[in-house]
Design a protein around this ligand. Structure first.
Ligand SMILES: [Zn+2]
Length: 79
């Protein structure tokens, strides 16, 4: 009998989107969830600086969901 071929080892999941991270609010101590190390406390309103995030923020050019070449100046206006 031959041994079955080894199953390919699944590669570790590559994080594509932002990761949910947790930390204590530095102002009131509440455990809060954030994205990629960026936090906003819903209890006291404290936020950390965006530069403390674990990775760079996407630029407008990285927004591939945007229709290329179409002016979207009024897309998100509220009246
Ligand atoms: Zn807080």
């Amino acid at each position: 009998m031959s041994t079955p071929p080894a199953q390919p080892v699944p590669e570790p999941a590559v994080a594509i989107g932002p990761e949910i991270t947790y930390a204590e609010c530095r102002q009131c101590g509440t455990l809060i969830a954030g994205l990629d190390g960026r936090y906003s406390c819903g209890v006291c309103g404290w936020v950390n600086h965006h530069s403390e995030g674990h990775r760079l923020l996407p630029r407008a050019e990285d927004d591939t969901g945007r229709a290329a070449g179409e002016p979207d100046n009024n897309a998100n206006r509220l009246g």
